[in-house]
Structures are given as structure tokens and as C-alpha cells.
Write a protein that binds this ligand. Structure first.
Ligand code: ANZ
Length: 859
């Protein structure tokens, strides 16, 4: 421990005073490693509090100020509650912005990255965040990315990392592939350029193998993650349940399978559609007459320009080409004309559909555009509850078509597909069944006939992880001369990035690493033959998919993380960050967690036990941005008002999850409050250790009500309410000092100490200073919160008169806010009242809480 720093400021109104106070306590915390988490021998219960780690994009901004304030409040809170708290910090420091900046300046992305990290680190320190600085990590350090490579090899061993050629999203501006998740409205999430499809061989992680678990385990998080985030994850995984149905194609040996959520409507299929950009379409077109082939080719060229979003859009006119071939409906042998149309996507289901225009809007739009038949097979006017209706049959026992019964609702007339529930018609053995029963029956029959089976489909695709860029983790695989692909042995990790010297990082469609001759050329460790390194780097979401585990063993160079440490600390108790990470980052981290669980390395299956999403800091109702020129700069505010005022102002500005308009953030107001708090500490005249009993009862009650409520307020993240309550207490103390019992009242010391200990969550420098002025040893950050005294929590009381036949028989001291029923019960329980009532019949009771209870009795 260092010596006690001497007392500095008397008021934090002055920026200079605030900064001197800041510097003093920041030095103290650094010298004493005050916020370092306890080691394995620490017996306190543990809490792992984590804010999503930052990307080193430049200076810290107000979004950071908010995010890391909230995580700091939570971390400080648990320390005060006697926990061993881990609150680490690191940087997500690989990625395109560094690379693009380096290209612009002809420099090394390392320089830009580590300079920004140093700047942000200084920002966090001057903001007074209680991080455990002994565990800092940067994902761009070989000591970190080595374990990304290890993770890749582990996934590869388990068949979860693989290469395949497929149409991928390609950003023509960044000249790299993008995961589906990184395409927003058909555009590159980072640069906004329109994304095109390119057929490329890429590395994938088989996240689809975990689709069911990723979906089902969301139920565990209900109530602990924001509902909206759970719903976004569910939609993203997008599980559909239905059947795979095999259709024979005339003149083709192998059947073609389609996925349908409505196998009950098989009898209503009137045509068949294949995705124009699928292999099947190419094959079918190849077997078609020359003019059809030509039309198909022209159509395909046109389709390849459209994005998936365009193709799925319902208000776009339907287009397609008839391939002059036929599929055979397995349930009735009907010939269905085969069309190529772009509303069917190549990479969903099997890239082909049975079209049921009466009951599917897209199919209906298409049927109406090309004049194809529409057969209704569900009578959506028929009730589905109750007994199965009697089906009318003709003399031969064949059900009579009841479709005419709702002629005017026929989809071919209305243009509206009948998607609702009802009773099956025109469907042979399914007639009369409800939709649900018909689906089950249809699947049974398909299975019995060997022409179909129950199936599930997901919107989720495998995670495309390779990128054609320099500033990322090299993929630890080698390409041998005979065309093989072999892993780099684990003991040869890390595969370090080469120097940028002589490399052209400008995007050109293939990884710049491929041009680093001396790096790329290596040998196959098993054969000694020449081999080439894989030139691609990993998506940076790989880095952030497991970083919370690396914090537990950040200094270890023999393991990615220590299993015992993981058992002790993980999963993360409170994870705090922006809702922009609702899908990608959280989904990937959940996936990797499940893989590590399956590998037996951790004993939990969800990485983040609770999740807090903060709102944004906005200005005049809109997002702050450099381009709009409406940035309120973190560093400027910090310089002008000091860390504590900024922290109080942000915490006070509104509920955590709401957006906060800077116009409602009052740093000057916060400054005044902090000065007032400091002054009450200076005014306290009762000595340290004075017994608090006695003294101003009103003030004591205010103090103890806050002691009782504060833990709940923090746990429900009502930080703004906590600030308001602290302001109320500070005002109450001032009143007692100036007008009431005076500065020597022990209640004043009690209240001032309570303010100091709680203020530590929000304004830690001022809190330390108060604590010291009050005659205590630092750090206030480690002082336990006192328990509220239940006696002082009893509300103000009033006197109630209890009358029997108009005569006062007893008086009771009751809480001022007592309810009528409770008051009557108290009155009846009173001994004197009982005597007065003794075996008389009560005719009437009038209760006027809290003043009067009046019994009218007979006899
Ligand atoms: C026949 C049918 C009848 C369908 C009906 C729906 C309603 P979700 O819920 O999104 O999974 N489909 C299958 N593969 C497709 C593809 N590659 N591109 C476009 N559409 C495709 O949708 C499943 C339904 O989407 C499937 O069920 C199929 O149409 C269509 F009254 O089959 B359905």
C-alpha cells in the first residue's frame, strides 16, 4: 500500500480542482492495484462483469462513456457487496478500418491500431473505470490470435471448419467476402457498397449443426436477456418445420426433393419452380429446346444482378421461364410444368419448390402472372374445432368438390392466397382433416410410400469466416503440391502475420498475404515437401467469439484459457453492450461456447448469464456522427467538467436502455451536486466512530431508506433513480447541518458516509475524497454497504382512535399509510377494544384510515 494521498480539493466546481482530484485518486488506484480481481485463494463469491470490448477506432466517444460507465457501476456495486469482481478490458483490434487507414497513409496497420489503443487506454484511465488492468488483451497480438488458430484447428478436427465453393456475398469496394450477417439491405455493413454474388471457395464454420441448440437454449435466457434480442436471435436462426418431398422428373433418373412447410397441400400443387441459379435449373435447361435454353440464359443473366432481398420482395412483379419439362406429383401422379423463377432461392431448402398457388401468396402471384391453374385444397371457411365434418360423397363414394361453396373467395379471383386453417378438400384421403392433422397424415403417407419425410429447415447458414484481407488472424492451413490441405501443427502456432514491408494492401480480390512470397512458401511438416500457406485471414468475429475466456488466463502462453479459472469465473454474470450486437457477435459467442462445452473444456453452454443493452447518446434526436458534424466529444467534456461530472450526468440522464439526448445531459448540474456532496463531508463535525443512534430521526430515516433501496435499484439497473436518491440525501444532510441539529449531529456523519460509499458507483473520485475527508482510509471502493436498520424503515406513524358505539375505547400508533383492512384488523386485535366488544353483535364497522375505526354494536 502506498501512503495516504493528502487531501486536495475543496470543491469540484473548478475544472482544475476536479482534475487534481482525479489525478490523485487514479494514481492511488494504479499504485495499489485496487481493482485487480482476487486470485484462486480468494474465498469471496465471484462476479464476472464485462462490457463488450472496444474497437480501437480513435478517441473514446460518448457511446463508450455510457457503456463503460454502466459496466463500472455494476462492477463497483458487487465489490461493495463483498464479491471478488472481475472487470477486465481489452481491444478487438483486428479489422478493416485499421487496414484501410494504413492503405491511405501507406503505413502499417499495427501503428494505427496500437496508437489508438494507447489513446483509448488513457481515456479509460482518466474516466476512472475500475478495470483490472493486469489482464489486458489485444486480439491483434500474436499471443492472442495464436489461440484463434488453435480454435480453428479444433473446429477443423471436429469437422466444424471446412471449405466449400458456393455463391458468396462479395463487396466490390472492400474486395472481400462478407458473411450473410454483414449484408444489410443488400449492402456491405461497413462501407455501404452494393453487395454482389461471386462463386468462390471459402472457409466456413458449421454453425448450422448447432442450430437447434442455439434456438432451444434461448429459453434459458428468457428474462435475463432483453426480450427483443432473444426474438432477433430466434428469427435469425429461423427454424421451419415441415417435410422433404421427392418429385420424379420426366426423363431424369434421380428424383428432386423440395422442402415444404405445407405437405398437407400437396394435392393443390399445380406447377413446380426451380431457382434459376441452381445446378438443377442449369441441368434442366440444358435438356430443353434451343429457344428455351436461350431464354433461360438471358433470364439467368438478369437474375444474377438482383439481391436476395429483391428476389424475396412480394411487391415485385413475378418473372420466370417455362423449361418445357415436367415433375410428377408423388401423391396423385399429376404432371406439373417446371418453371425457373427467381423468387425461389438456390440456397434455401433444396432450391426447388412445389407451387401451391391457392395457399401461398408468392405462388399465387406467379400463377396469375403466367395463367397457371389454382386448385383450392383447404376450405378456410370451415370450422376446425369440434368433430370432423361429414364429407359429401357422390354415388361412387368420391368426395364432392366443395370448393364452389366459396366461389367468390377463390384466390384466382381475389388474388389473395388462403393461408389460414380450415378443412382439407380435393385432397383424397386427407379430406375433412384440419391443417395440423393433415400435415401429420401427409408426412406419414409420404414416409410409408418412401417419397418423403419430416424435415426441418433453417434460415441460418454456415458461418463464412475467410477474408481476403491482411489485418486479421492467418488461417493455419497449408496447401500441398498435390492439391491437399493440411493443418499447421499446433506446436508451430502462431502463424504470425508477415511484415507489411513491400506488400500492397490495396484490395484486389485476393488476399494481400498471397503476395508475401517468403511467408506463403513453406513446407508440409509431415512430408517435407513444399507447401503454400492459406493466404486468407479470419473474420474478426472469430476473435470476439471467445475473448471473455481469454481474460481469465490472459498471461498464459500454454493454454487458450485455464479450465479451473473458467469453472471459477465463467459464464459472464453481467454482459453490457449495444443492441447492434444482438445477432452476430452474440450468436457466434454462443456457438463457440457450445463447441467448447462439447470439447469438455468448459462446464456451461451459454456465455452470458445476463445481458444489458444500453441506449445511444444522441443529439437533437439523431445519432451523433462525424459526417453530420454533431459530435459531442468525450475528451472535451472530460477536460471541461471532469470524469465524475460526466459520469453523474450520463447516469442521471435516463434509464439505461433508453437513448439519451445530449440536450438532457447536464454536466454543470452534476458538477454542482458533486460540490455539494464534498461540502457536506467537509462540514461533518461528529468524530469518526461516533455511535449513530439518536440524532435527527428524519435524516436517519432518509439514509436508511436509501440503504434499503439502493441494492435493488442497482440490480434493476435504475442508475438514474439511484442518482436522484443520492441528491435527495445530500439535500437532506445540508438541511440538517444548516437548519436543524447542526454539523455535530451523528446522523449527519452517518448520512455523509452513506453518500460517499454509494457515490463511489457513479463518481468514484469524489467519493474517495469524501471518504478521506471523513477520516477514513482509502479505498472507499472496497467498503461494504451497511445494512439498513429495520426500525428506521418503519414509516411515520399516526394515532388512530377506536370507538365502540361512539365512545373512544383505545388509541393505536399505526403507519401513516396503513390500509383499511389492516387497520380494522389491528383495532379488533387490541385488548381494550376486545373487552369493549365482548360477545356483543357487531352491526357495522366504519374505517377511515388512518384516523378512525368505529364499531356499532348491539346488546
Ligand atoms: C408448398 C407450400 C404451400 C408452401 C403453401 C408454403 C405454403 P419458410 O417458412 O420460410 O421456411 N420454399 C421452399 N424452398 C424455397 C426456396 N428455396 N426459395 C423460396 N421459397 C422456398 O418457407 C417454407 C416454404 O417456402 C416452403 O413451403 C416452400 O413453399 C417455400 F400453402 O411449399 B411451401
Amino acid at each position: 500500500m502506498s501512503e495516504n494521498p493528502s487531501s486536495t480539493a475543496s470543491s469540484v466546481d473548478e475544472p482544475l480542482a476536479a482534475h487534481a482530484l482525479q489525478a490523485k485518486w487514479q494514481r492511488y488506484w494504479a499504485e495499489n492495484a485496487t481493482f485487480q480481481a482476487g486470485d484462486a485463494t480468494d474465498v469471496r463469491p465471484r462476479k464476472y462483469v464485462l462490457a463488450m470490448f472496444p474497437y480501437p477506432s480513435g478517441d473514446l466517444h460518448m457511446g463508450h462513456a455510457e457503456n463503460y460507465l454502466y459496466s463500472d457501476i455494476v462492477a463497483r456495486f458487487w465489490r461493495h457487496r463483498g464479491h471478488n469482481v472481475l472487470n477486465p478490458i481489452g481491444w478487438d483490434s483486428f479489422g478493416l478500418p485499421a487496414e484501410n487507414a494504413a492503405i491511405r497513409r501507406g503505413a502499417d496497420p499495427r501503428e494505427w491500431t496500437y496508437q489508438n489503443i494507447a489513446q483509448q487506454k488513457a481515456g479509460f484511465e482518466s474516466y476512472g473505470v475500475s478495470f483490472d488492468w493486469s489482464r489486458v488483451l489485444h486480439t491483434s497480438d500474436p499471443e492472442y490470435y495464436r489461440w484463434n488458430q488453435w480454435l480453428f484447428l479444433k473446429l477443423h478436427e471436429r469437422g466444424l471448419a471446412y471449405r466449400k465453393k458456393s455463391p458468396v456475398n462479395w463487396c466490390p469496394n472492400d474486395q472481400t467476402v462478407l458473411a450473410n450477417e454483414q449484408v444489410v439491405d443488400g449492402r456491405c455493413e461497413r462501407c455501404g457498397a452494393e453487395v454482389v454474388k461471386k462463386n468462390l471457395t471459402q472457409w466456413y464454420f458449421r454453425i448450422t449443426e448447432y442450430a437447434d441448440r442455439l434456438l432451444d437454449d434461448l429459453n434459458q435466457l428468457e428474462g435475463r436477456w432483453p426480450h427483443k434480442v432473444l426474438q432477433m436471435q430466434r428469427n435469425w436462426i429461423g427454424r421451419s418445420i415441415g417435410a422433404d418431398v421427392d418429385f420424379r422428373i420426366e426423363g431424369r433418373d434421380a428424383p428432386v426433393t423440395v422442402f415444404s412447410t405445407r405437405p398437407d397441400t400437396l394435392h393443390g400443387a399445380t406447377f413446380f419452380v426451380v431457382a434459376p441459379d441452381s445446378d438443377l435449373a442449369a441441368e434442366l435447361a440444358a435438356g430443353a429446346p434451343a429457344d428455351v435454353r436461350q431464354r433461360f440464359q438471358d433470364y439467368l443473366t438478369q437474375v444474377q444482378k438482383a439481391t436476395d432481398i429483391d428476389r424475396q420482395s412480394t411487391d415485385r412483379p413475378k418473372t420466370g421461364v417455362f423449361l418445357e419439362q415436367y415433375a410428377i406429383n408423388p401423391v396423385n401422379g399429376e404432371k406439373l410444368p417446371i418453371w425457373a423463377a427467381d423468387y425461389v432461392l438456390a440456397d434455401y431448402g433444396h432450391g426447388a419448390v412445389m407451387a401451391v398457388p391457392a395457399h401461398d401468396q408468392r405462388d399465387l402471384d406467379f400463377a396469375r402472372a403466367f395463367d397457371l391453374p389454382v386448385t383450392v385444397v383447404v376450405d378456410t371457411t370451415a370450422p376446425v374445432t369440434g368433430a370432423m365434418p361429414v364429407i359429401e360423397v357422390d354415388e361412387e363414394g368420391v368426395p364432392i368438390d366443395t370448393a364452389e361453396a366459396f366461389d367468390d373467395q377463390h384466390p384466382s379471383k381475389t388474388g389473395i392466397a388462403l393461408t389460414g386453417d380450415g378443412r382439407m378438400i380435393n385432397s383424397g384421403p386427407l379430406n375433412g382433416l384440419s391443417k395440423r392433422n393433415a400435415i401429420a397424415r401427409a408426412i406419414e403417407s409420404l414416409e410409408a410410400a418412401g417419397t418423403g419425410r419430416a424435415a426441418k429447415n433453417y434460415r441460418l447458414r454456415d458461418w463464412l469466416i475467410s477474408r481476403q484481407r491482411f489485418w486479421g488472424t492467418p488461417i493455419p492451413m497449408l496447401h500441398t503440391t498435390d492439391g491437399g490441405i493440411v493443418p499447421v501443427p499446433e506446436d508451430q502456432l502462431p502463424v504470425r502475420l508477415p511484415s507489411v514491408e513491400g506488400l500492397d494492401l490495396a484490395p484486389k480480390g485476393s488476399s494481400p498475404l498471397g503476395a508475401a512470397e517468403s511467408w506463403v512458401r513453406t513446407v508440409d511438416p509431415t512430408t517435407g515437401e513444399p507447401a503454400l500457406r492459406d493466404p486468407d485471414t479470419m473474420d474478426t468475429f472469430v476473435d470476439s467469439s471467445w475473448y471473455f475466456l481469454r481474460f481469465l488466463s490472459a498471461q498464459r502462453d500454454d493454454v487458450a484459457f485455464d479450465a479451473d479459472e473458467a469453472r471459477r469465473w465463467a459464464p459472464v454474470d453481467s454482459y453490457i453492450g449495444g443492441v447492434e450486437h444482438a445477432i452476430l457477435h452474440l450468436l457466434y459467442a454462443r456457438f463457440i461456447t457450445k463447441v467448447l462445452f462439447d470439447m469438455g473444456l468448459i462446464d456451461f453452454t451459454e456465455p452470458f448469464s445476463s445481458l444489458i443493452n444500453q441506449g445511444m447518446v444522441i443529439l437533437d434526436g439523431t445519432k451523433m456522427s462525424k459526417s453530420k458534424g454533431n459530435l459531442v466529444l468525450f475528451q472535451e467534456e472530460l477536460d471541461a467538467y471532469g470524469a465524475d461530472a460526466l459520469r453523474v450526468a450520463l447516469a442521471f440522464a435516463g434509464p439505461v436502455e433508453d437513448d439519451k439526448d445530449w440536450n438532457d445531459v447536464s454536466t454543470t448540474g452534476a458538477q454542482k451536486f458533486l460540490s455539494r456532496a464534498l461540502r457536506i463531508a467537509q462540514d461533518v463535525a461528529a468524530p469518526v466512530g461516533v455511535v449513530f443512534d439518536g440524532g435527527d430521526a428524519g435524516l436517519r430515516r432518509t439514509t436508511h431508506r436509501l440503504l434499503a433501496d439502493a441494492p435493488g435499484l442497482v440490480e434493476q439497473t435504475k442508475f438514474n433513480v439511484l442518482v436522484a436518491r443520492l441528491m435527495e440525501l445530500v439535500n437532506a444532510v445540508r438541511k440538517t447541518i444548516d437548519g436543524g441539529a447542526g454539523a455535530a449531529d451523528p446522523a449527519v456523519r452517518e448520512a455523509a458516509e452513506t453518500v460517499a460509499v454509494m457515490l463511489d458507483l457513479i463518481a468514484p473520485h469524489t467519493a474517495e475524497e469524501m471518504w478521506e475527508i471523513l477520516g477514513h482510509e482509502p479505498s472507499v471502493g472496497l467498503v461494504s454497504w451497511r445494512q439498513a436498520d429495520p426500525v428506521l424503515l418503519v414509516e411515520d406513524t399516526v394515532t388512530t382512535a377506536v370507538q365502540v358505539n361512539g365512545k373512544v375505547r383505545a388509541t393505536l400508533e399505526v403507519p401513516a399509510r396503513i390500509g383499511e383492512a389492516e387497520l380494522e384488523a389491528l383495532a379488533r386485535a387490541d385488548e381494550k377494544v376486545q373487552r369493549a366488544l365482548a360477545d356483543k353483535e357487531i352491526i357495522r364497522v366504519i374505517v377511515r384510515a388512518p384516523k378512525i375505526v368505529s364499531f356499532a354494536v348491539k346488546g
